[in-house]
Structures are given as C-alpha cells and as structure tokens.
Design a protein around this ligand. Structure first.
Ligand SMILES: Nc1ncnc2c1ncn2[C@@H]1O[C@H](COP(=O)(O)OP(=O)(O)OP(=O)(O)O)[C@@H](O)[C@H]1O
Length: 245
C-alpha cells in the first residue's frame, strides 16, 4: 500500500547553530497515529517544518500521498492540515473571519463545517470576538480548528496540547479519535505529553540529537505491560541523551 507520508534521509542543519536533523527517514501508513517524541532541541519542529515546506531541506525527500513535495507542493499538500509552533494570528480578525480566510482554498468547506469545528474546540460562543482578546489556549484551539477544517487526510500537529486546559485536552483526544475512526485521518503528533500520546498513538518514534533513534508499536508495548514513558526513558538513557542520568 502506498504510504501517506514517506520521509527519506531528510537533513537540515541550520547555518547559525549547525544543529537540526540528519538523515531522518519515517513512513506513515493510512490510519496511523504517530507520536514524535524527543528532548528539547531534538529536531521535532524542524522535521515538521521540513515536511510542510516551511523551511528548505539540505538533502532528502518528502513524499505525501505519492507526490514529491518539493516538486509539486500544492498537490502534495492538498490533503494535509497542520499546526506548527504557535500560530502567528492576525489579531485584528475575529475567530470566524480567520476560519473563513483559512477556508478560502477549500471550496468544500461550508459555513456549517466552520461552525462544527468551532463548536468542537469550544470557541463557537466567541466566534465574533477579535483574536487579540484570546488567551494562548484559545489561540491554540483556533489553530487546531483551522488545521482540521477541510477534513484533511493527514494532520501534522506540533505540541498541540500546549496551553490547553483540561477540557481542551480531553476535547483534543476525542477529536483525534473521532477523526481517525470516522474519517480514517492519519496524524503525526509531536508532543512532550507522553501519557497523551500513549493513549492516542498506534506508533511512536524517538528523535534525539537530530536523528530518529527508534520506533515502537505503542499498542503492542502497552499490551505487553510496558509504558511509553519507560520505553522512551530507556532509549534516551541508552543513547546518552539524558544529561546527568
Ligand atoms: N532558526 C534556527 N537557527 C539556528 N538553529 C536552530 C533554528 N531553529 C532551530 N534550531 C536548532 O535546531 C535544533 C532543533 O530545534 P527544534 O526546534 O526542531 O527542536 P524541538 O525538538 O522541536 O525542540 P522543543 O521540544 O524544545 O520544541 C535545536 O538545537 C535548535 O537550537
């Protein structure tokens, strides 16, 4: 079966720091919910930015739905939703105007769909308020609403639960589960919320020092009585990535 996402030997070393990611390869099959774990500075955001073309790679390839992203960007990204780093919102827009702006590339997105996603993330009641009055968590919810708005087949999320309240985290988990079960959506989620990832993900990968160290079948791990946290800490310790451990 054709993978949803195939990353091959992707490399990006930033000029200033010389850090980034090196020779990372990753494959997502349809229906995968893949958790990307790793210490601060491991290269998770860099990998997500490279996949979506927000920054340019030094080497390697990204193929989405069989299409080379660097050659046919629009076609490759047509079914991809993403939320990478805290979105820089145009503060003068209302939540509704922002979503309308996000929807302009997707003729299939109706006002009913916009209302539906705002309701899901708990922002329907404030849709006519300007974003400049929103808290960090409200902005995070709006970014999530925009990422899933066109019902993409693949959603890339960088630290999606950062700043979310408890209800927001529960909403996030049920949104992912529902989209996965009802629409067959695949997810690549970078997060430090390991318990969240353990509950959601079918597979996980550990990125450390710019390289993908190991991947795990999360449900298999849990069935065998292990936890994703123990697995992660073991990997990080073995690879000497844990300072002072
Ligand atoms: N624009 C940049 N210029 C120079 N170095 C950078 C730049 N952006 C990131 N880096 C470096 O690249 C490495 C990877 O950063 P990245 O943001 O991808 O890590 P991360 O795994 O997402 O970290 P965190 O979990 O803290 O968000 C870090 O060492 C960081 O200092």
């Amino acid at each position: 079966m054709q993978p949803i996402l195939e990353v091959s030997s992707l490399t990006k070393l930033y000029r200033g720091s010389g850090r980034g990611i090196r020779e990372v390869s990753l494959r997502l099959e349809a229906g995968d919910i893949y958790g990307l774990l790793g210490p601060n500075g491991a290269g998770k955001t860099t990998l997500l930015k490279l996949i979506t073309g927000l920054i340019r790679a030094d080497g390697g390839t990204v193929t989405l739905f069989g299409v080379d992203r660097s050659l046919h960007h629009e076609q490759a990204m047509a079914n991809v939703g993403c939320m990478i780093e805290s979105a820089d919102f145009p503060d003068f827009l209302t939540a509704w105007q922002y979503l309308r702006q996000s929807a302009r590339f997707y003729p299939q997105v109706t006002e009913q769909r916009m209302e539906e996603v705002l309701d899901t993330v708990g922002l329907l009641g404030v849709r006519q308020e300007k974003i400049k009055g929103f808290s960090a968590g409200m902005k995070q919810k709006l970014a999530l609403a925009a990422a899933v708005l066109p019902r993409p087949k693949l959603v890339l999320l960088d630290e999606p639960t950062n700043g979310l309240d408890i209800e927001g985290t529960v909403m996030f988990r049920s949104l992912i589960r529902r989209m996965s079960a009802e629409e067959g959506t695949s997810f690549l989620i970078s997060s430090h919320m390991i318990h969240e990832l353990e509950q959601l993900c079918s597979r996980a990968g550990v990125l450390a020092g710019g390289s993908l160290k190991i991947e795990a079948d999360v449900s298999g791990l849990v069935l065998e009585g292990g936890t994703l946290e123990d697995f992660y800490m073991k990997q990080i310790r073995e690879k000497g990535e844990l300072q002072g451990a």
